[in-house]
Design a protein around this ligand. Structure first.
Ligand code: ZN
Length: 242
């Protein structure tokens, strides 16, 4: 069984469309979305439609929860908050209701899914071995898939040590029998210095994880961000991948 993981599309439709085209070439058995469908980007309704059409399981991210009023937007920085306000007014009532139906965590085929982290799914960032280690300790899972940091990552528990491996795009990373926390990176706002859209493939049989990077017309999203009156910084950062 091959499972495709897309995370943090953030209303960047050109990026999502490029990823979904690549998903079709890989042809996983199912697709999971780890949250943050909206926020930052200029195409929230189109993104909700495309994700719900493709994904079997969809989580809510912190931006989705802020747009639906389940998290206080005052906890966000000013750029993110401006985008939350814009998104809340741009979304159709139906799409807002769809987002409200998603949770920030789920169990899926024995895998733990969480937007941020297994123990604090709506807000914790797993960026270092420290957060990874605490999550291995505090939560019960063999394999967890997370998003939220917008950076591809693989944390493996070997004996009592956490090993952080940097996934190389297009190369299989062997997880083996280790407990693992895996992050496919972000479709719509990568922050690892590589502006290409990112997603991941998990092979349940071999326990190999592969991050894939896809080019997309960044300037289309940038133009739409400016056109919508969203903060300029949100357009600029897409070109930098940060
Ligand atoms: Zn995000």
């Amino acid at each position: 069984m091959l499972i495709g993981f897309v995370s943090d599309p953030h209303a960047n439709l050109p990026a999502l469309e490029a990823v979904l085209k690549d998903v079709r070439t890989v042809s996983p058995d199912m697709v999971v979305c780890l949250g943050d469908l909206v926020g930052y980007g200029p195409f929230p309704n189109e993104t909700v439609a495309a994700v719900t059409a493709e994904a079997t399981q969809i989580l809510a991210g912190n931006h989705d929860l802020a747009v639906t009023g389940e998290i206080d937007p005052e906890t966000f920085n000013s750029y993110a908050k401006a985008a939350i306000d814009w998104t809340a007014s741009a979304l159709t009532p139906d799409n807002t209701a769809l987002l409200r139906g998603f949770e920030p965590t789920a169990i899926f085929r024995d895998h733990m899914l969480a937007h941020g982290s297994p123990r604090r799914p709506a807000d914790e960032y797993i960026v270092s071995v420290n957060e990874a280690h605490e999550n291995f300790k505090d939560s019960h899972f063999e394999t967890a898939f997370v998003g939220h940091t917008h950076q591809p990552a693989a944390f493996l528990l070997r004996d009592d040590d956490v090993v952080s491996l940097r996934p190389v795009p297009g190369e299989e990373l062997a997880v083996g029998s280790s407990r693992a926390i895996l992050n496919p990176g972000s479709v719509g706002q990568p922050r690892d210095g590589d502006p290409r859209a990112s997603w991941g493939v998990w092979d349940e049989e071999s326990r190999n994880f592969t991050v894939r990077k896809v080019e997309y017309p960044i300037e289309q999203t940038q133009a739409a961000i400016l056109q919508a009156g969203l903060p300029e910084l949100l357009a600029w950062r897409l070109g930098e991948g940060r």
